[in-house]
Design a protein around this ligand. Structure first.
Ligand code: HEM
Length: 255
C-alpha cells in the first residue's frame, strides 16, 4: 500500500479509482475494494451485535407479558436521568440505521466494482463450485432480510399493520407482548417470519464467515474455528427467532 506523506498523499492503491482532487483519507480508502470490504465487515459486526441482543431481549416473552413490557420500558429509559427519556434509544436507533445504510451502500458499490472488473461472466462453472450456497445467495438473502425489516417496522414499531400497537397493559405500559402475539397469530405472518429468519440465518452464516476474510484474518489454520463460529452464531439466531412465531402459534406465548 502506498505510504501517506503529510504534504502530498497519493491515493490508496488496489482497485482505487485515482482522483485528481484530494479527498479525506477515509473517503479515499472507501473508494477501494479493500475499504468497502472493511466497511462491510465493521457494519456487519455491529448489525450482528444488534440481532443477537434483540433476540436475547425477545426471549423475555417466555417469562410473560410483564417481563417483556418492562424490558421495552427499560430500553426507553436507558441512561435516564443522565439523558432525557427515550433519547439514548433514539441515538442507538440512529446508529443502527447508519450501520444498515453503510452496509447496503458498501454491498452495492462492491457489486458495481466487481461487475466493472469482470463485465463478462465466467465461462466455466468452476467459480460456482468454490463458492458456497450461502455466498451465492448473499444478495437475495440480504434483500429478503431488508423486506422483512420493512414489514417488521410497519408491524411492531409503527403499527401500520398491527391494530394492537398503541394499547397499554394492566400496568399502563406499552403492550409489546400483545403486539407480538397479535402479529404472530396471523398464520401467513408467522410463516413469513420463519422463512425470513431462515434466510437471515444463511446470510449471517456467510457474513460471520466473511468478516475474517474481509479484515485479512484468514490464515487457513483457523478455517475450522471460523466455520464453527459462523455456524454457531447463525444457528443461535435462527433457533431463537424461529421459536417466537412457533411458540405463538402453539399457544405457549399468548393470552
Ligand atoms: C421473531 C423474531 C422477532 C421478534 C419477535 C421481534 C420483535 C420486535 C418487537 C416487539 C419490536 C418493537 C419493540 C418496541 O416497540 O419497543 C421490534 C423492533 C425492531 N426489530 Fe424485531 N423482532 C424479531 C426479529 C428481528 C430481526 C431478525 C431483526 C433484524 C434483522 C429485527 C429488527 C428490529 C428493529 C430494527 C426494530 C426497531 C427497534 C426500535 O425501533 O427500537 N427484529 N422487534
Amino acid at each position: 500500500m502506498t505510504q501517506a506523506t503529510s504534504s502530498h498523499r497519493s491515493p490508496v492503491t488496489g482497485t482505487a479509482v485515482a482522483s485528481k482532487r484530494r479527498r479525506l483519507f477515509l473517503l479515499d480508502l472507501y473508494s477501494t475494494a479493500v475499504g468497502k470490504k472493511y466497511v462491510m465487515a465493521i457494519t456487519g459486526i455491529a448489525l450482528m451485535g444488534f440481532v443477537l441482543t434483540h433476540m436475547i431481549g425477545n426471549l423475555k416473552m417466555y417469562l410473560g407479558a410483564s417481563e417483556l413490557n418492562h424490558y421495552a420500558r427499560f430500553l426507553e429509559e436507558l441512561f435516564y436521568p443522565i439523558a432525557p427519556h427515550g433519547v439514548a434509544l433514539w441515538i442507538l436507533r440512529g446508529g443502527l440505521l447508519a450501520m444498515l445504510v453503510l452496509h447496503l451502500h458498501a454491498a452495492y458499490s462492491l457489486t458495481v466494482l466487481n461487475r466493472r472488473a469482470r463485465p463478462v461472466k465466467y465461462q466455466s462453472a468452476r467459480d460456482f463450485q468454490i463458492a458456497t450456497f450461502a455466498s451465492r445467495t448473499m444478495r437475495w438473502s440480504g434483500m429478503i432480510a431488508l423486506a422483512f425489516i420493512t414489514w417488521h417496522l410497519l408491524d411492531l414499531t409503527f403499527g401500520v399493520v398491527n391494530e394492537n400497537v398503541g394499547a397499554k397493559d394492566a400496568e399502563g405500559l406499552k403492550d409489546v407482548y400483545g403486539n407480538v402475539v397479535f402479529s404472530l397469530q396471523r398464520v401467513p405472518v408467522a410463516i413469513f417470519y420463519v422463512i425470513a429468519n431462515v434466510l437471515l440465518g444463511i446470510h449471517l452464516f456467510h457474513g460471520a464467515w466473511s468478516i475474517f476474510q474481509s479484515l485479512g484474518w484468514n490464515n487457513p489454520r483457523f478455517n475450522k474455528l471460523r466455520r464453527s463460529f459462523a455456524t454457531a452464531f447463525a444457528a443461535i439466531i435462527v433457533i431463537g427467532n424461529v421459536s417466537f412465531p412457533v411458540a405463538v402459534l402453539a399457544g405457549v406465548v399468548g393470552n
